[in-house]
Design a protein around this ligand. Structure first.
Ligand SMILES: Nc1ncnc2c1ncn2[C@@H]1O[C@H](COP(=O)(O)OP(=O)(O)O)[C@@H](O)[C@H]1O
Ligand SMILES: [Mg+2]
Length: 270
């Protein structure tokens, strides 16, 4: 097993003025380089608090975070944040440019990247999110889903080592969502991008390598999508699992355990 990219130990956090209740209590887990970890759980479970601590928006009150082996603290924070990108649910108020292209270039401009190189990066990133055709468009006139894809492109253009998505796909239509999930899957495999995606969408969770289930600030389950979807029965199952259950219920031939969509398609074709 490679050295963990993210290593969280006994991390706790309580918002001020909220009495004794911790938003996060003694959370421990790690994520390997190139791994895609999905984090699921009800509203208020502590998922966004965890994301905020990882990217340094909040300061840990106890416990520790290591990024690529290095302790995240006041002295290392700026250098480490350069390797992490986060996208939130709501894309409004992240727009600064007059064209989509300018917008995606914003983070790169801050790095003083030569213009020619920047153009290549921006074009690549727009291609990844399926928006090459809207390079010159006015960002304020895009749909919510398109704005969100621009925001994701802006982060991908920076080529982070770690991508954190906090319900970032909520605004996307089903097709863009599926396309982006497979793009991210490819990126994780090809570039060893490490992904932590917080989601309510079970198809998104199913695209990950591993799922953490959170409840009341704690991790209550940790396993592969197959393990999670077979033990957490009250979760809405991803599409492939729903299909498998329907086949079983109708007395049809069906796989005897959870399969990803791809595995399911292969299986059905046999
Ligand atoms: N800014 C805040 N101030 C006070 N309490 C907060 C704040 N943000 C979140 N909380 C509380 O912390 C707990 C965890 O919230 P959060 O991390 O946002 O959960 P999730 O993202 O899983 O919905 C909840 O009880 C929530 O009400
Ligand atoms: Mg949240």
């Amino acid at each position: 097993m490679s050295e963990p990219m993210i290593e969280v130990r006994n991390l706790s956090y309580t918002y001020r003025g909220r009495g004794e209740k911790s938003a996060l209590s003694s959370v421990t887990f790690s994520v390997s380089r190139g791994e895609w970890l999905a984090v699921i759980g009800r509203n208020g479970a502590g998922k966004s608090t965890l994301a905020g601590l990882l990217v340094g928006l909040l300061k840990p009150q106890s416990g520790s975070i290591r990024i690529n082996g290095q302790m995240l603290d006041e002295t290392s924070e700026w250098a480490l944040r350069r390797h992490m990108g986060i996208v939130f649910q709501n894309p409004d108020n992240q727009f600064i440019g007059t064209t989509v292209e300018d917008d995606v270039a914003f983070g790169l401009e801050n790095e003083n990247m030569p213009v020619a190189q920047m153009k290549v990066r921006v074009a690549e990133a727009l291609k990844l999110v399926g928006l090459s055709g809207l390079r010159q468009a006015d960002p304020s006139r895009l749909s919510g889903g398109q704005k969100q894809r621009v925001a994701i492109a802006g982060i991908l253009a920076l080529r982070p080592d770690i991508l954190i998505l906090d319900e970032a796909f909520v605004m996307l239509d089903p097709k863009s969502r599926r396309d982006l999930l497979s793009t991210l899957r490819r990126l994780a495999e090809a570039t060893h991008l490490t992904i932590l995606s917080i989601t309510h969408d079970m198809d998104e969770a199913a695209a990950s390598n591993r799922i953490l289930v959170m409840q009341d600030g704690k991790i209550v389950n940790d396993g592969t999508p197959g393990q999670i979807f077979s033990t957490e029965k009250d979760l809405g199952a991803p599409f492939s699992e729903r299909l498998r259950r329907i086949l079983l219920a109708k007395g049809r031939r069906a796989p005897d355990q959870y399969m990803t969509e791809e595995e399911m398609v292969d299986w059905l074709w046999k």
